[in-house]
Ligand binder design. Structure first.
Ligand code: CTP
Length: 405
């Protein structure tokens, strides 16, 4: 991995402590990190902490180390700037083009991707001034993340929390890798299913699969960044953080997922079935726990019935202007390669786009990375290069947007 110059800007908010984890995130990956806090940030976290974690000097003023011309050089040399947390004040100063401290001067000089993770009270986030500032920064190409929803400094809850450092980190790395965050999906309703369905055998047992839901969550997150109205229908993904800005509907079984998709898809512009839906479910789900002595027959001779094929239903009911995408998690066999299986599945399912990836032997399911091919109804086969599931999500969205055009 090539080491990059990463600048982490820290503004004065209670979430400043999370910036320490972000510094660690980038240094552990081997990047060269410079922390540039504002003077107020140092009320929350001391310069010594940032210096120790980054291994680099920390200053807030344009008048420190003037001989090094830091106020220009840090920004010029940066490959990526991440400002987390970003307060309402720093957003306003960035919009105004102020350069009265080292962070704003660094931002003004930089030409690299800039990712901003706002964290503030809900009222400040909703204030027309902040809304306008966010809009302006996005128009200027700054990647402004949505804040997470949850507990704020006091007893209040709402949108305004800083997303978890790793969530910010993966998005920033996708930006560094060249993923587009242009607001190309504004006004579009996107429905995405993710995770693996769980088919109950009894109150404690279920039939499940190894899908982690990460690819679907990454698709949702990139769609939010591109401005879409995103509904994520997820099964067994409790350990994944909800993509800020997306509406999450939790389901358990394939039948529940089917109902939620039927409810949400009619007015959607794009529907992506990234979930690993169980093809079969136990014919009967026992109300009480099955016992190995008494119910041995039920457990050894499991009767299964077929689940609805959600993707097939979506294709059957598809509006002419809708895009439906499916996934094909395949293993090759003696007769056919992974890609041959996928081409046959695209024919069978009739969706507009199919993402095919090879699974098994520790590949894809549960992993942070992915790769594969995107197959379109019109016969194109586009290779998706290896990358984080966020980088892959950005490539998938690029192709969906091309197909829409
Ligand atoms: N899918 C679905 N409903 C199902 C099964 C699958 O909507 N009951 C969707 C998945 O979300 C995925 C696509 O169909 O987008 C392909 O899923 P996969 O399990 O690979 O295909 P199957 O239809 O199960 O085909 P096969 O068993 O032949 O591999």
């Amino acid at each position: 991995m090539v080491s990059k110059n990463v600048v982490i800007g820290v503004a004065g908010g209670i979430a400043a402590y999370k910036a320490c984890h972000l510094v660690r995130y980038f240094t552990e990956l081997g990047h060269y990190v410079r922390v540039v806090p504002t003077a107020s940030a140092l009320n929350f976290i001391g310069a010594a902490t940032f210096e120790a974690l980054s291994g680099n000097p920390v200053s807030t003023s344009v008048f420190d180390a003037v001989d090094e011309v830091r106020h220009v050089n840090i920004g010029k040399q940066a490959d990526l700037i991440v400002i987390a947390p970003a307060t309402a004040d720093i957003l306003a100063r960035m919009v105004a083009g102020r350069a009265d401290d080292l962070l704003t001067a660094t931002y003004l000089v930089a030409t690299c991707p800039v990712v901003v993770a706002p964290a503030m009270h809900t009222e400040m986030w909703h204030h027309p001034a902040t809304r306008a500032n966010v809009e302006t920064l996005r128009e200027r190409g700054v990647i402004v993340l949505e804040p997470a929803h949850g507990r704020l400094t006091g007893k209040d809850t709402g949108p305004g929390r800083l997303p978890e450092p790793e969530q910010i980190g993966v998005v920033a790395l996708a930006a560094l890798a060249g993923a587009s965050f242009k607001r190309t999906l504004e006004g579009k309703k996107v429905v995405i299913s993710a995770g693996g369905t769980q088919e109950d055998l009894d109150p404690v047992r279920f039939l499940g699969n190894r899908s982690s839901g990460r690819q679907g969550f990454a698709l949702a997150e990139i769609a939010v960044h591109r401005g879409a109205d995103v509904t994520l229908i997820a099964a067994s993904t409790d350990s994944l953080p909800t993509p800020p800005g997306a509406r999450l509907i939790r389901v358990g079984s394939a039948v529940e997922m089917h109902e939620a998709i039927q409810e949400e898809s009619p007015d959607a512009d794009i529907v992506i079935m990234a979930a690993a839906v169980a093809d079969f479910r136990p014919e009967v789900a026992a109300d009480v726990k099955l016992k190995k002595g008494k119910n041995a027959d039920q457990l050894t001779q499991l009767q299964l019935v077929e689940n609805p094929d959600i993707l097939a239903g979506l294709v059957a009911d598809k509006r002419a202007d809708q895009i439906i995408m499916g996934f094909a998690a395949e293993t090759g066999d003696a007769q056919h390669s992974v890609l041959e299986h996928a081409k046959a599945k695209l024919q069978r399912k009739g969706c507009d786009v199919l993402m095919c990836n090879e699974v098994g032997k520790g590949k894809v399911f549960g992993q942070a990375t992915n790769m594969g091919w995107l197959l379109t109804k019109t016969g194109d086969v586009i290779e998706v290069s290896h990358g984080s599931k966020f980088e892959v999500a950005a490539q998938i969205w690029d192709v969906i947007e091309q197909v829409r055009e």
